[in-house]
Design a protein around this ligand. Structure first.
Ligand code: BGC
Length: 486
């Protein structure tokens, strides 16, 4: 019934409203990307502004990651309790306060407080953006729409490079300083207030997720929301699908995530969350200039090449957005991971090349760009998309929160260990370690990750429930593909 419904809605009422709502909600991704990217440039100047021990320096850099772990931990439950839309509004406000605090911080302690507050908002944003978009989308375009959030993450990272560039020196900084005579790094960090404000104001006009409304028994409100994008027939069908799913849950206490039928979905989410980070993406995003400088590129060439890497990340994520609902999640993930493995092996090998002038640098740069390209069509968007699809409605926010905590904790772990790892194992050893972990991710995906293309969220949930009843657990949940519905 639900796939019949998805076919109808593909040809049914206009999706314009959904596109607008998804694009605005994707500003969550922009904030997430901007804020994780901006510190690399700002930090160079913060170092000159305050006297800091190396421990305090690392807290300034990683404070946002610590905050994000906390934000994801709290945000999951909040999303289920107060609703997706309200959490986005709270997140935008927290983001604004964090960015403002950093911009005006008179001492390094207050700067750290601002970083952590900002991180909490990043933690909220990283999970609630995909969650909200997933729940307002019709099944046949859900993959592309949720991936818009990841596209915004990559745009946010790129924008942060440009903002860093603009406020590092030169005419833009001079102009800004004519208005308010603050140092460049204050402008860089304060710039986050702009998208936070836009997101907050825009969300005031956006509706709550219809699925959350039904789950809370506010069905007529849910009908109003769906009426903006679906025909009368489609609305009744969709509401009854959601209600049926919610009814099945009424007799189970889902507050406990350790129940056995949820296990396959938790294993998939937690596994992908960890693999998304331990395969090394942020060593490139955060340390690309350092890696490139060590291969013989000069200062400004390294920064320029880093911008190139950011552009590749955006462009290939656009490709992923276009392919997500056609190729499906599994093929993109498997292709992406295969490419990441090969390019990491190549990157490690580049550092073993004899020091021919320039060659090492160019081989490393090509490998880095291809590695990011493969991440961008697979593990980047597919992880955030899948975790917004595979959890039962009643605990969706909470489960996404748990999985997102794992993602940020793994991110922190890699950020804190990368430089030490290079000291101990050398660059080849470090990148080959990430290659080994990519192979593990490939095996994990191949055997456990389900295909969700074209299926309604209710359909995915009942497959998970049935697979537990049928006793085949992970296998049935994992092996069911969109073609089963046709
Ligand atoms: C990851 C981030 C990463 C970004 C790069 C996201 O999906 O969660 O950790 O920095 O992709 O594009």
């Amino acid at each position: 019934m639900s796939s019949e419904h998805s076919r109808q809605s593909a040809t049914g009422a206009s999706n314009t409203f959904i596109y607008v709502a998804a694009a605005l909600a994707a500003l969550n991704g922009l904030l997430f990307g901007f804020d994780t990217g901006v510190i690399s440039g700002a930090f160079l100047y913060i170092q000159d502004a305050f006297v800091m021990s190396s421990f305090v320096e690392s807290v300034v850099v990683s404070g946002a990651l610590v905050g994000a772990v906390v934000g994801a931990a709290v945000g999951g439950r909040l999303a289920d309790r107060i609703g997706r839309r309200r959490l986005i509004l709270v997140g935008a406000a927290v983001f604004f306060v964090g960015s403002f605090t950093m911009a005006v911080a008179p001492t390094v302690e207050i700067l750290i407080v601002g970083r952590i507050v900002d991180g909490i908002a990043i933690g909220f944003a990283s999970m609630v953006g995909p969650l909200y978009i997933s729940e307002i989308s019709p099944p046949e375009i859900r993959g592309s729409l949720v991936s818009l959030n990841q596209l915004a993450v990559t745009v946010g990272i790129l924008v942060s490079y440009f903002v860093n560039f603009a406020f590092a020196d030169g005419p833009i900084l001079a102009l800004a300083q004519d208005v308010v005579g603050a140092a460049g790094w204050r402008w860089m960090l304060g710039a986050g207030m702009v998208p936070a404000l836009i997101l907050g104001v825009a969300m005031l006009w956006m509706p709550e997720s219809p699925r959350w409304l039904v789950e809370k028994g506010r069905e007529s409100k849910a009908r109003d929301v769906l009426a903006r994008t679906r025909s009368e027939d489609q609305i009744s069908e969709e509401i009854s699908d959601i209600e049926e799913t919610a009814r099945k849950q009424a007799d189970t206490d889902l507050s406990d995530l350790t129940q056995s039928w949820l296990r396959p979905a938790l294993v998939v989410g937690i596994g992908l969350a960890a693999f998304q980070q331990v395969t090394g993406i942020n060593t490139v995003i955060y340390y690309a200039p350092t890696i490139l400088e060590s291969t013989g590129f000069g200062n400004s060439a390294s920064i320029l090449a880093t911008v190139g890497i950011g552009v590749v990340n955006v462009v290939m994520t656009v490709v992923a957005v276009l392919l997500m609902d056609r190729a499906g999640r599994r093929p993109l993930l498997l292709t992406g991971l295969t490419g990441m493995t090969l390019t990491l092996v190549g990157l490690g090998a580049a550092f073993l090349l004899p020091g021919l002038s320039g060659v090492v640098g160019w081989v490393a740069l090509v490998c880095l760009m291809l590695y990011v390209a493969f991440f961008a069509i697979g593990l980047g968007p597919v992880f955030w998309l899948l975790i917004s699809e595979i959890y039962p409605l009643k605990v969706r926010g909470t489960a996404m929160g748990v999985v997102t905590v794992v993602n940020w904790a793994a991110n922190l772990l890699v950020a804190l260990t990368f430089l030490q790892l290079v000291d101990v194992a050398g660059k080849p050893g470090t990148f080959w370690l990430y290659a080994g972990l990519s192979i593990a991710a490939l095996a994990f995906t191949y055997s456990l990750v389900p295909e969700t293309k074209g299926r309604s969220l209710e359909d995915i949930e009942s497959a998970l429930r049935e697979s537990a009843l049928g006793g085949s657990g992970q296998e049935a949940f994992g092996s069911r593909s969109s073609t089963d519905d046709d």
